[in-house]
Design a protein around this ligand. Sequence first.
Ligand code: SF4
Length: 319
Amino acid sequence: MSRRRKQKTAALVLFSGGLDSILAVKILRAQDIDATPVCFESHFFSADKAQSAAAASGLDLRVEDISKSHLSIVKNPRHGRGAAMNPCIDCHLLMIKIAGGIMAREGFDFIATGEVLGQRPMSQHRQSLAIIDRQSGLVGKILRPLSAKLLALTEAEINGLVDRDGLYDLSGRSRRGQLALAKKFGIKNIPQPGGGCILTDAEYARRLEELMRRQPDFGGDDARLLRHGRAVWQKDLLAVIARNQAECQNLKIMARAGDWLFEPQNFPGPTVLIRSFGKKNGQGETLPDSGEIKKMGQDFVRRYSKKVPSRPDILITNH
Ligand code: SF4
């Protein structure tokens, strides 16, 4: 049923599970606005934090998978990247555009976010917020309840759907204002700031950059694989070497058609996954050839094992 028939004002709130987004929902609900939290998941971040925070606050969360479109902005960000591989402005823009589509289709009155002016170096400056509003085609339709009093009036305020007096004027990196609001709204479980997006991780960013340079057509599976183990390239072969038991299991789960798995059978050692990005030869065999791949995988298992028996038994599987 369309929300247009509902009496209450309805807002779609971008919800990361961080304190700011929880506060955005609480501030709107305090004005009796039907605030629906929505979060996004991709190859580089999950909905886990948002789901836990929503559950802790008794909120019914909507999750949208944006893996495909997000991957394409990670490869080609129009507005550059942050300190690592994080294309934050394009990412925010993408989320806002998707939220804008939901708003138009489902009859929400406006979009809200937990953004705080000047809190993040890249994406929460006045200029970046203006870019996001303009390029999403949603000028006047995005309310930022925590900083609204420092920003231009939105349509929701002009039309009396939201009372500006019940909004805030927080800015900067200090969390003092948010913590005071958390107290006011009785929020006891305060999530730690940050975390969640692996694109901000320096080591992962280095790996992803190398993948991008070597294989510009890489897919989401490849980006996900780089979250695990040690990654070593040899020509067109990517070897991922597990560092612990959990990673051994993860590599087995992540193996896809064409991948090679190497698992020591009679000694403790790492599982190794090798993915070939090489072309096929006339016989449909991937280059480098299987002999080279087998040798590479076995060498890595031996090299990263503490004690290798004189006759090592390594199970080799070509998926
Ligand atoms: S940190 Fe990651 S999830 Fe957050 S805006 Fe930047 S790219 Fe997007």
